[in-house]
Each structure stands twice: as structure tokens, then as C-alpha cells.
Design a binder for this molecule. Structure first.
Ligand code: WTA
Length: 645
């Protein structure tokens, strides 16, 4: 079954941007002569000053630099808006559907342009200048997109914080970015619940370490009760009413920062991944068009939240640069019931649906009958992202949602890569359920062993050369950038993932090889959750690992050692889950907490996580050699009291 193949469908191949022959030729050209290939592709973007140089990159950790189109100038918002006005001004850019489904509104490119210009003037009036960092903590509303594009318009750097993160997480990101302004809504709505977004920002700003924020702009979504700080807090609608509608787009260098987005690594605090303007725009728009085979007029729906990289590249910058009509859904695609997704698809005649395996598995668990009413004739392409998709879920997606007519594109990429790296182009590459298949143009993946030597079969996934969408640095910590991505396997970008390559050259991502876990497609560092746990006064020590979870892909399993004299009660367990929720956000709350009298450590005191992973996965037979442990009996105790049996 593993080599189950779904050939390219004729009706797709007959009318596609890239067919089989073109894929092979273009891929070859892209790696043989990157300057020529990307020099040509760069023309899909409007430049204010054309570039004369294309690629200027070294992956050598001692001389690391990554520059694309470095002497060109452009503006990202102008590429998403102004360039469409002459021919497509009245095309719908965003279709918004409210959480409860009762309200649908449409915004054309012309209207979106006007909103963005007005709000860009608001930002300027508040003293925001080129290079300033603006924090955005917004629900899925049109104004979230407006906020991002307004920053881009004036050269401010946006830092979007996912609206599920806690006040502490917001504070950490504001401090790191030295952000001067926060954009927030009074409340968000998701699955019928109101989320106190403004309240969370108030709490974040009450932290005495947050010293840079001067103003908070509040968008009224629900009209719910909120606190108000005179002089600091300002209503969006008041400011907008006073702002002019003319705002020329700032001329930005290709390598000027466009945004920061924080993501978890295996150690320390989340890193501010910095993306710049030129290469990112070229890469986001090209991948969006080619991987989803986007055709003008089609309705495209990406279910990702704007707080994640998928929301940045494939809800905002890629599709809008291509003049696409994007569906923006405020809520959850399986609320109030599993048929919501199908209803939205039919109501808006969605042609391209891009979602995560976790949602597919959740829908699958509800039963096919919820999709019996789905007409689904509008659907043409289905995409998935965020974690490995199990072949069973792939087939279900293909069959039940796509009615067997729609190619499934499994797209592997990362916050750091800016855009899709490995995926089957729907008109060119036969699919195999569970495999992200072959690399995108210019992407050169390689498997290496622990010493960095190339291997066939299975290994660590590295990328041997640059592509335009690549992150440029960790905001404020370039050393950490070099350390994290370029020093493990010098000369290569290290992804942190493991993969297998089959006899057809197809890549099968096997998951993270570091201490990063992927819960419902949300990426988290186990170290972050551990440090949240040990910050609780009853906890002496904690170790967190991922374990296989039917719906979420991975669940969070925490081993907790309590302080002497503290009683291990059910209440404490609940309190600890609540604690992590408060420290980081609900998405980081452990699914299982096992009380551990002690943790398995080497004689030098290092926690042996591989044993903990196995016990959490309920794979206790083949634990391997435990003799290096200071006290091997610890393992037996943990096995006996394990929670995932
Ligand atoms: C995982 C999300 C298998 C992978 C765009 C990667 C995947 C991490 C896939 C990045 C896929 C993402 N198949 N694994 N199609 N897509 N991943 O930064 O482990 O939130 O390193 O970016 O998700 O997560 P991030």
C-alpha cells in the first residue's frame, strides 16, 4: 500500500500552469542556473527599481549571508493591491464569513486598497515609521489583513501574534521586537466563544518589562465590555474616520524586513523569524500559483489562522499578489458541526481548499454521512500542510471531500522557509498518499547522516542551497540563526526534520528529529512547556515529549516531579494544565501529566528523552540500553504508572 500511486489526472493536466515536461525542465533549469531562473521569475512582481543582481548567498557559517534581488526596490502592499486596480479593481479580494455564519461580506481589491491606505495613514499619524515593529493580535477579520498590509505599505515590520497565545506570550514577543504599537480587537469569536483579546493585551502590557508600547489601536468586533486606558487606547473607527485615503507605498529595498513571526525551536524562547520583502514576495506568489494551480476567478480557501506562517504566505501575500479571491473564515471549520466545512465550500463555490491533517482527521472521526450533502463540484484542488498526513486521512480527503476528482497536494515547508518547499504540482507529479513527493523549483533537498554525509534511504533533511523565500535572520540574534540552522551540517540549511526518500526520489517526511513537537499542526518547543511547568511553585522538575495522538497528530505528554511534601492530586493535575494554558496558551496545555518520582538521567545529569518518548508512546518493549542511566530502576516505575496504555 505504501507505494499506492495516484497519477496526475487528465482534466488537471489538460489545463495547468506546469505539466510533467515543464516541471522537469524548469526544475533542472532552476538548479543548473539559479540566477537565470530566479532572474526571470522575479519579473512576476512589480519593482519600483528593477534588480540587476539576483542571488548573493553563502551558507558557510563563517561567512553566512543570504541576499536576493538586493539592489531592487518594491512594496509588498502595492504588489498585493495597487497592481490589480487597473484590470481587476472590482474583483473580490476577500470573502469574509463570520463565526456564526450569519454574516458574509465581500471586499474588492479597490475597497481593500482604500482601507489599507487609510489605515496606513492612521499608523503614520501615530508616529509609526519605516522599520518600527507593530504587534498585531487580531481575530480572523478583514481588519487583520488590512493591518498587515498597512504596515507593509509604510515599511513598518509586522509581528503577528496568534490570538490563542497568552498575555505572557504576547509580552515576550513585544519585548523582543521592541514594539511601539499594538493592534487588537475588543474580542475575538471562535466556535461561539468570545475571546478577550483586548483583556489579554492589557494584561501583557501590565508586565513591567514591557516598556516600549505607546499606543493600542482597538478594532470593535463584538462591542463586549473592555477596560480602557485613556491616552494609550484608541478606537480603530475613530482614527480611520479622520485619516486620508491617499497613501503612496513606501519604496523598500528587496532585503528590507517585511515581518517577524515567532516560532518554537528545540531550546529557549520562541525565535523571531525575519522575512524580507523581495525574495519572499516572488516565492510566495510563484508557489501559490503553481502548487495550487491557481486560475484567475477561482475562490481559494486557506483555513490557517493569520497568526501562523501559512496565514501570512497563503492567506495574504501569495494569493493577494496573484489577484486571487480568498475566503477568510472567522471561526472553526468544524463548528457548530462537522458539515460546516462542506457548507462553506458549496456556499462560496470554493475551488481550492488548503487545510491541515488534524482537521481532516477530526472530520473523518465524525463519519462520512456529514458530507453526504456536499455538492463539492466547485472543488478542483485540495492541499494539506503542517504535519505528516497519514495515508488513511489522505485517501479520505481525496474521496469524501474531493469526490475522487481533486488532486491532493501535500505541502511540506516551515515558518523559516517562507513558502512551500516539497509538494506535488497537481498537473505534473503523481501523488502517493503520505508523501510530499518532489521539490519545488530551486529547492535542493538532501538526506544526511549524523556526521553530515549524504545518505540514501533515510536521514536528516537539509537543503543544500538557498531559495528566495528563506528567512534571513533571527530578529535581534543573528548568532542564534547561524547556530540553529547552519552549524549542525555546515554548508547546509538544517530543517530539523527527518525524511525518507523512495526509489522514485519522493520525500516522505518522518517528523522532527529535535525537541519540537507538532500538536494539531501547531508547532511547539518542549523546552518552553517544561519551563512553564517548573515555574509553578509545586513543581521540581518536568520533561515534556510528544506522543502519537489520533486527531492531533501529536499530543503533549508531561512527566512532572513535584517538590518534596507536595501531594500528587487530581486537582493539582488540573491546576498545572490551567497554569500552562495561562503561561503560554491553550494550545500548549499537556494532554497527559504523569507524576514522576524522578526522571531517567545519565550520570552527568542529562535527561534521557528517548526513553520518555518511548514510554509515552506505549512502546515499552524495545527501550534499548538503559545501563547508561544513573538509576535504571526509574524506568520501571515510569513504565508501571504510564498513562497512555
Ligand atoms: C511539519 C508550517 C510533514 C514539519 C508551514 C516542519 C510537515 C514543521 C508538513 C514546520 C508536511 C509541515 N508533512 N510535516 N506536509 N508541513 N510539517 O513552522 O515538521 O509551523 O518542520 O510551518 O511542520 O511547522 P511550521
Amino acid at each position: 500500500m505504501i507505494n499506492d500511486r495516484y497519477p496526475v489526472m487528465q482534466h488537471i493536466a489538460d489545463n495547468t500552469h506546469v505539466d510533467k515536461a515543464k516541471y522537469q525542465a524548469l526544475y533542472q533549469a532552476s538548479v543548473d542556473d539559479p540566477d537565470a531562473f530566479w532572474g526571470e521569475q522575479g519579473k512576476r512582481i512589480d519593482w519600483m527599481t528593477p534588480y540587476s543582481k539576483v542571488k548573493n548567498v553563502s551558507f558557510d557559517p563563517h561567512n553566512l549571508h543570504i541576499r536576493w534581488y538586493e539592489d531592487g526596490t518594491l512594496n509588498a502592499s502595492a504588489n498585493c493591491l495597487d497592481r490589480h486596480l487597473a484590470e481587476r479593481g472590482d474583483t473580490v479580494a476577500l470573502i469574509w464569513e463570520s463565526d456564526d455564519g450569519d454574516t458574509v461580506s465581500q471586499v474588492t481589491y479597490r475597497e481593500l486598497h482604500a482601507k489599507v491606505c487609510r489605515f496606513a495613514n492612521v499608523l503614520k499619524a501615530q508616529g509609526i515609521q519605516k522599520g518600527d515593529v507593530v504587534t498585531i493580535y487580531m481575530p480572523m477579520v478583514v481588519e487583520a489583513v488590512v493591518s498587515m498590509l498597512a504596515c507593509a505599505r509604510i515599511g513598518a515590520i509586522h509581528s503577528v501574534v496568534f490570538a490563542g497565545f497568552s498575555p505572557d506570550s504576547i509580552a515576550g514577543r513585544i519585548i523582543d521586537g521592541k514594539s511601539k504599537l499594538v493592534i487588537v480587537a475588543d474580542e475575538g469569536l471562535r466556535g461561539g466563544r468570545a475571546i478577550p483579546l483586548k483583556g489579554n493585551v492589557d494584561e501583557a502590557l501590565a508586565n513591567s518589562d514591557v516598556t516600549t508600547v505607546e499606543k493600542v489601536i482597538v478594532f470593535k468586533r463584538t462591542g463586549g465590555d473592555i477596560d480602557w486606558v485613556e491616552g494609550r487606547d484608541l478606537w480603530w473607527h475613530d482614527l480611520e474616520a479622520e485619516a486620508g485615503s491617499d497613501c503612496p507605498a513606501a519604496e523598500m529595498n528587496a532585503e528590507d524586513p517585511l515581518f517577524i513571526l515567532y516560532t518554537s525551536g528545540s531550546t529557549g524562547k520562541p525565535k523571531g523569524v525575519l522575512h524580507t520583502t523581495g525574495g519572499y514576495m516572488v516565492y510566495a506568489s510563484l508557489t501559490h500559483e503553481v502548487v495550487f494551480d491557481y486560475k484567475p476567478g477561482e475562490v481559494y480557501w486557506c483555513t490557517a489562522d493569520i497568526g501562523w506562517i501559512t496565514g501570512h504566505s497563503y492567506l495574504v501575500y501569495g494569493p493577494l499578489a496573484n489577484g486571487a479571491t480568498c475566503l477568510l473564515h472567522e471561526g472553526v471549520p468544524n463548528w457548530p458541526g462537522p458539515s460546516r466545512l462542506a457548507e462553506i465550500v458549496d456556499r462560496h463555490q470554493v475551488a481550492i481548499l488548503y487545510t491541515a491533517p488534524t482537521l481532516i482527521r477530526a472530520l473523518m472521526a465524525q463519519g462520512e454521512e456529514h458530507f453526504a450533502k456536499l455538492d463539492g463540484k466547485s472543488l478542483r484542488i485540495l492541499g494539506t500542510v503542517g504535519e505528516p498526513i497519514n495515508p488513511e486521512a489522505w485517501r479520505w480527503y481525496h474521496q469524501v471531500i474531493g469526490k475522487g476528482r481533486c488532486p491532493v497536494v501535500d505541502t511540506w515547508w516551515q515558518t523559516e522557509t517562507g513558502g512551500i518547499m516539497i509538494a506535488p504540482l497537481p498537473g505534473a507529479v503523481d501523488a502517493k498518499p503520505g508523501s510530499a513527493t518532489l521539490p519545488f523549483f530551486g529547492v535542493q533537498p538532501q538526506l544526511v547522516d549524523a556526521t553530515g554525509a549524504p545518505v540514501a534511504g533515510e536521514g536528516n533533511l537539509v537543503i543544500t542551497d538557498s531559495w528566495p523565500g528563506q528567512m534571513r535572520t533571527v530578529y535581534g540574534d543573528h548568532e542564534r540563526f547561524i547556530q540553529t540552522y547552519f552549524s549542525t551540517f555546515p554548508g547546509n540549511y538544517f530543517t530539523g526534520d527527518g525524511a525518507r526518500q523512495d526509489e522514485d526520489g519522493y520525500f516522505w517526511i518522518t517528523g522532527r528529529v529535535d525537541d519540537v513537537i507538532n500538536v494539531s499542526g501547531h508547532r511547539m518547543g518542549t523546552a518552553e512547556i517544561e519551563s512553564a511547568l517548573v515555574a509553578h511553585h509545586d513543581v521540581a522538575e518536568a520533561a515534556v515529549v510528544g506522543y502519537p495522538h489520533d486527531i492531533k497528530g501529536q499530543g503533549i505528554y508531561a512527566y512532572v516531579t513535584l517538590n518534596a511534601g507536595v501531594e500528587a492530586t487530581e486537582e493539582l493535575r488540573l491546576a498545572l494544565r490551567q497554569w500552562v494554558r495561562k503561561e503560554i496558551g491553550a494550545l500548549a496545555s499537556p494532554d497527559l501529566i504523569q507524576w514522576a518520582p524522578s526522571l531517567p538521567k545519565t550520570r552527568s545529569g542529562k535527561i534521557m528523552r528517548r526513553f520518555l518518548r518511548k514510554i509515552a508512546a506505549n512502546e515499552c518493549e524495545a527501550l534499548g540500553d538503559t545501563t547508561t542511566l544513573a538509576d535504571p530502576s526509574v524506568i520501571d516505575t515510569l513504565i508501571q504508572t504510564r498513562l497512555n496504555k
